[in-house]
Structures are given as structure tokens and as C-alpha cells.
Design a protein around this ligand. Sequence first.
Ligand SMILES: Cc1ncc(COP(=O)(O)O)c(C=O)c1O
Length: 350
Amino acid sequence: MISHSRPTLDDSDRKAVLSVLESGHLVQGEQVARFEKELTTFIGTKNGVAVSSGTAALHLSLLGLEVGPGDEVIFPTFVCSALLQAVSYVGATPVLADIDPRTFNIDVVDLKKRVTKKTKAIIVPHMFGLPADMEEILSLGIPVIEDCAQAIGAKYGSARVGSLGKVSIFSFYATKMLATGEGGMVLSDDEDLLERVRDLRDYDEREDHLLRFNYKMTDMQAALGVSQLKKLPLFIWRRREIAESFNRCLDGESALPPVAPPGREHVYYRYVALLDDESAPFIDEMRKKGVDCRRPVFKPLHRYLNLSDYPVAEDVWRRSVSIPLYPSMMNGERRHITDHLQALLARKGR
Ligand SMILES: Cc1ncc(COP(=O)(O)O)c(C=O)c1O
């Protein structure tokens, strides 16, 4: 079976982790400081704070923005449940927005309808590697947390995503654009906000008592992050190359390829196609051929909250499919996938 996702690791990654083990300094040391500095420079913000996961980064960003009970936070329904968890951790009210049917990102028209006096922040994930419509969203004047968990390296105009909002978060989970096993980071130009985040990630040796966390990153993770970041341009190049070969197989009628509106660069964290019909039979067929395709989102979040009124997300959930794509995919695996994509879509078209 060609797995749905897989990290891309080599000898330089192994050496980086081993050198930390040999140094004897395992947590929040030199390597963490180096990873913070290098990712910050790459993205184009003033500073960054490394944490233990993307969810921890979301949690601390919300606390950094002083979001709490009585505040509303808007985010799209078609995304992983980490966002709902983080908003719930701080006791704020989640307000879900529908999505754009072609970009799968938050629908700005629907978002605007859901803004109230209580809206304290908007979380904007750049879904599957494609930047969301930042200009329109930023023009609302509400603090934006850019969620770059799936889009490290993607560009909006000449800027990298993660440098546009008030604060941005990253995930380095095992199969993300950069893999450190688990890991995350909060980036911002706002030093006061980052100082609050820095204060909250560690509980030890404090004069006062405040609700703080153990959200530290290890140096093994950070060394892996530094090593992976060096290869990110190559990873993105390879992802694009594979995406282009998948694009050529989709006929545009029974299956639409992902889009990238002008001025936005897709990094293809996921290759999400939109079928003209329910995707479950397609996923079953591909699995029978040894290709582990999946639904790109396990369940839209409005279903957890028993809400309706999300027609686009419901329709996209029903018809979308994520086809395996990662830099470590061998050319033989890629060919196996394109052969079966072509055969399946040709049969469908008949
Ligand atoms: C858009 C998005 N945000 C946040 C997260 C949470 O990241 P982590 O798994 O590192 O906690 C994920 C994880 O899949 C994600 O896809």
C-alpha cells in the first residue's frame, strides 16, 4: 500500500538528532534557539517561540491575544479539530464559517456575516498548502492568527504566509511540511505577545502562581527542524512536480485538480481533488489498487457542534479526496498512482 503520508528523512537528519544526544543538553537549549531564529528569518517575522505542538501554539497564541470566556473566535468548519480544541481550552466561543468551494479556504463573504462585537480573533488556516484570501480578511481589522500548519513556505504575493497576520502558528508533526515528530511554533512581530507566550510555555522557577504549561520543545526536535528547514525548498519543488503529474490525469469534469488563484503559491501539503460525485467509492477503488487515498478532513467541525448551515463544507466533504503526495514518494509510486487515476477516471467518464 502506498501510504497516505510519510516523512522525508535522510542521514543529515539522523546526524542532527544524534549530535544533540551526544551533547547531553536535551530540552530548550541551543538548538531550540537556533530553530526559532532560522524559521523566523525564513518566514519574515521579528521573533518566534518554539513549543511542543501546533495545538499548543494555537492555545498560547489565543492566550497571547488575551482571548477568553465571552469572546468569539471565527474559523472555518473544514479543518482539523485542533482549532476547536484550542478555542475551547481558553473558554472562548467557537464561531464556524463556511468555505470557498474551489480553494477550500475560509469563505470571506460568510466570515463577514459572522463577525459580531464579541469577535476577538479570526484563525485563518491556509488549507492543504494554499494561502487564504489574506487581503480581504486583514481589511476587517480583527486580529488574525494565521494557521500555517499545512503551508510552511507558501507565498501570498511576495510574502510568505505566517508574516501577514498579528501572529502565526506552525506544526511540525511527523507528516507535515517539516517533520520533528511533534512540535510547533508561534511567530509574530509583537514582542509583548511573544513574551506572554514565552512565559506560559514553561511553569518552572516562577515567583508568582499563574496557570502555565509544559509546552517546551526538545533539542532533538529542534535539531531535526533546523535540518529539515534547509531542505524545504527542495521538498516544495518535489511536491509541485508530483502535483503537476497528478494535474495532468484529472479531466476537469469528473475530477477537478486543486487551484492556486493568481498571486498565491500552493505548496501542496495535500493534493485535494474535487470529484463530481461522492468520493467514498473512489477511495475504495484506489485502496484496492494499493493507494491509500483519504478524505482530506476527518469530519467538518460543525457536525461536532450539531450545527447546520454549512452547505459548501458539507458538499466538499462528500466529494473531495486527498491523493498521497510527499517528497519521499518514489517515481515508481507516483507512476502507479497516475496510472490508476487515469484508468479510474476514464472508466468514470464512459
Ligand atoms: C490546520 C492545522 N492546524 C493545527 C494543527 C495542529 O497541529 P499539531 O498536530 O501539531 O498539534 C493541525 C494538525 O494537523 C492542522 O492541520
